[in-house]
Design a binder for this molecule. Structure first.
Ligand SMILES: [Zn+2]
Length: 154
């Protein structure tokens, strides 16, 4: 089994594979930051430490509104060179921020409605959301450490 590089999500939570039995466990947005146990084998689940793929507008809206942790969203596209350079830095930042922030990715090509409502112009763009509201935004490639300092997650 290859290691996943991102986590999936839906309108109710983040889907976390159990490290012991590989069952998919849904972590509700309002419980992010807490540890839990696998619904199948009861093993302790790790805190989400990978970027979360946003799969729909409803998924995005519910995550931003419901997350118990601050959310840093990376708006990217496959044709964007700096976005590709940014991907491993964003993944590193997600690992460092485990338990303190959720890092999520919006593909602006497949989810253009979100880019529109969030008024995204240049990419990669990063928006920090706290308690359902935009708190800060920045654009362009940046190392993981700088992104986390910008977001106040260090
Ligand atoms: Zn399990």
């Amino acid at each position: 089994m290859p290691m996943p590089t991102t986590l999936s999500s839906d309108s109710r939570g983040i889907i976390l594979p159990c490290p012991a039995c590989n069952s998919a466990n849904r972590i509700a947005f309002n419980r992010l930051g807490q540890t839990g146990h696998c619904g199948t084998c009861k093993a302790e689940l790790p805190l989400p430490a990978l970027p979360v793929t946003i799969t729909s507008e409803e998924n995005f809206t519910k995550l931003i509104a419901g997350s118990a942790l601050p959310v840093i969203v990376d708006f990217w596209a496959s044709w964007c060179g700096p976005c590709k350079m940014m991907a491993p830095e964003f993944a590193k930042a997600a690992t460092k921020a485990a338990g303190r922030a959720i890092l999520a990715k919006v593909n602006t090509e497949t989810l253009p409605g979100i880019s529109n409502t969030q008024r995204i112009q240049g990419i990669p763009a990063f928006i920090l959301y706290k308690e359902g509201k935009e708190s800060a935004r920045t654009t362009g490639f940046q190392p993981a450490e700088r992104l986390l300092v910008w977001a106040g997650v260090v």
